[in-house]
Write a protein that binds this ligand. Structure first.
Ligand code: NAD
Ligand code: DAU
Length: 349
C-alpha cells in the first residue's frame, strides 16, 4: 500500500460513506478510520468493509492530544480527511461545550499532530477539513453562499465549525501546512442518525408519531445526497488545489414544509397508506432558538474547476433513502433505543 490515510469520524453518517468509497476505490491506500464512537458513531454502518485488508479501525478521541500525537507517529499518515465532529445544531444549543471541545480543540490537536509528524516536509501531504455551509450564517430570500462570503455563524455548532476552519487556514498561512476545506450543504441518505430532519421524520412516520415542524416550517435548506458528498470529497482530496475552499451543494433548495409534504407522499405510497395519511402527523412546535432562515450553496467553483456535480435528483435520493430505512428497521430500532429516548423526551416534550 502506497499511502496511509487517516479519516476521522468514519463511523458517523458522512464519514462512513467516505470510508466505504475510499476502501473500495483505493485498494492501494491503507485507510485508518479513527472515531470515538459517540452516540452518533456506529460500526454497524461499516459492516460490509470491516474485514477489508486495507482498512483499520481505531477507537480514539480527537480531544486527547497525546493519543493523537502517538497515533500520527505510529501510522505516519500521509493525509487526513477530518470529519469527526459534534454535528447536531439542537444539541449545540443545550450543550455548547461539547462542540467547542471536539470541533475546536479536537481539530487543533489533529493539526498539531500533523505538523509534528510532517515537520515542514509537506511533499504529497494534505490536511482536508470537512466543514459546513452554516459558517456563512443565514440568507434572506435571495442569493447564495460563495466561497468568498464572509463568515457569520449563528449557532454554537456553526461557530465551533467556523473557529475550526479559521484555525486550519491559520496553520496553512503560518506554518505552510497543506490544507483544503470544503463547506457543504445539508446531507441526507442511508445511516443518518434520526435526530436530523429527514431520518427523524421517516422514523416518526413509520411509528405514526407526530412530526415536529419548528416555527412556521418555511425555513429553507439545500439538500445533497450523502454519496454525492463522498464523491465530492474524493474529487477534492485528489484534484483540489491546496489552500483552497470549495463549496459543495445540490442547487436543491426546499422549504422544510414542502420537503416534509413530499416525504409524507412518498411514505404513504411505500407503506400502502391512503393519500394524505402521513401528512396528518404534521405538528407545528416551538421554534429552534436562533434558527437560520435559509441556506443555499453556489457550487459553481467545484463544478467548473473539478468537474463535480450531484449524480441523483432529490426525488430519487429521497426514495432510495426511505427504502433503506424501511429495509433496515433493525438498525433504526437499535439506534433509537436507550439514550435516544431520553434525548427525544428532552428535546420534544
Ligand atoms: P455525525 O454526527 O453523523 O458523525 C460524527 C462522527 O464523529 C461520529 O462517528 C462520532 O462518533 C465522531 N466523533 C464525535 N466526536 C468525536 C471525538 N471527540 N473524537 C473522535 N470522533 C468523534 O456527523 P455527520 O453528519 O456525518 O458530519 C460529519 C462532518 O461533516 C462534520 O464535521 C460536520 O460538521 C460536517 N458536515 C455535515 C453535514 C450534514 O448535513 N450532516 C453537512 C456539511 C458538513
Ligand atoms: O447545512 C449543513 C448542516 O446541516 C450541517 O452542518 C449539520 O451538521 C446538519 O445537522 C444540518 O443542520 P440543520 O440544522 O440544517 O439540520 P437539521 O436536520 O437539524 O434541520 C433541518 C431543518 O429542519 C432546520 O430548518 C430545522 C428543521 N427541523 C429539524 C428538526 C430536527 C424541524 O423543523 N424539526 C425537527 O425536529
Amino acid at each position: 500500500m502506497n499511502k496511509t490515510l487517516l479519516i476521522t469520524g468514519g463511523a458517523g453518517f458522512i464519514g462512513s460513506h467516505v470510508v466505504r468509497l475510499f476502501v473500495n476505490k483505493y485498494p492501494e491506500y491503507h485507510i485508518v478510520n479513527l472515531d470515538a464512537l459517540t452516540y452518533a458513531g456506529n460500526l454497524e454502518n461499516l459492516k460490509d468493509i470491516e474485514n477489508a485488508p486495507n482498512y483499520t479501525f481505531i477507537k480514539a478521541d480527537i480531544t486527547d492530544a497525546e493519543a493523537m500525537n502517538s497515533l500520527f507517529q505510529q501510522y505516519k499518515f500521509d493525509g487526513v480527511i477530518h470529519l469527526a465532529a459534534e454535528s447536531h445544531v439542537d444539541r449545540s444549543i443545550t450543550d455548547p461545550n461539547a462542540f467547542i471541545n471536539t470541533n475546536v480543540m479536537g481539530t487543533a490537536n489533529l493539526l498539531n499532530a500533523a505538523r509534528e509528524l510532517w515537520k515542514g516536509n509537506y511533499d504529497s501531504k494534505l490536511f482536508y477539513h470537512v466543514s459546513t455551509d452554516e459558517v456563512y450564517g443565514s440568507l434572506g430570500d435571495t442569493g447564495f453562499f460563495l466561497e468568498t462570503t464572509p463568515y457569520d455563524p449563528q449557532s454554537p455548532y456553526s461557530a465551533s465549525k467556523a473557529a475550526s476552519d479559521h484555525i486550519v487556514r491559520a496553520y496553512g498561512n503560518t506554518y505552510g501546512l497543506p490544507f483544503v476545506i470544503t463547506n457543504c450543504s445539508n446531507n441526507y441518505g442511508q445511516n443518518q442518525f434520526p435526530e436530523k430532519l429527514i431520518p427523524l421524520f421517516i422514523n416518526n412516520i413509520r411509528n405514526n408519531k407526530p412530526l415536529p415542524v419548528y416555527g412556521d416550517g418555511k425555513y429553507t435548506r439545500d439538500w445533497l445526497y450523502v454519496v454525492d458528498h463522498a464523491r465530492a470529497i474524493d474529487t477534492v482530496y485528489h484534484n483540489g488545489k491546496q489552500g483552497e475552499t470549495y463549496n459543495i451543494g445540490g442547487f436543491n433548495e426546499w422549504q422544510n414544509i414542502e420537503l416534509i409534504k413530499l416525504l409524507c407522499e412518498q411514505m404513504d405510497k411505500k407503506l400502502g397508506r391512503a393519500e394524505g395519511e402521513s401528512a396528518k402527523l404534521i405538528t407545528y412546535v416551538k421554534d429552534r432558538p436562533g434558527h437560520d432562515r435559509r441556506y443555499a450553496i453556489d457550487a459553481t467553483k467545484i463544478k467548473n474547476e473539478l468537474g463535480w456535480e450531484p449524480s441523483v435528483t432529490f426525488e430519487e435520493g429521497l426514495s432510495i433513502t426511505i427504502d433503506w430505512y424501511l429495509a433496515n428497521e433493525e438498525w433504526l430500532n437499535h439506534v433509537t433505543s436507550g439514550e435516544y429516548q431520553k434525548y427525544y423526551q428532552k428535546q420534544y416534550s
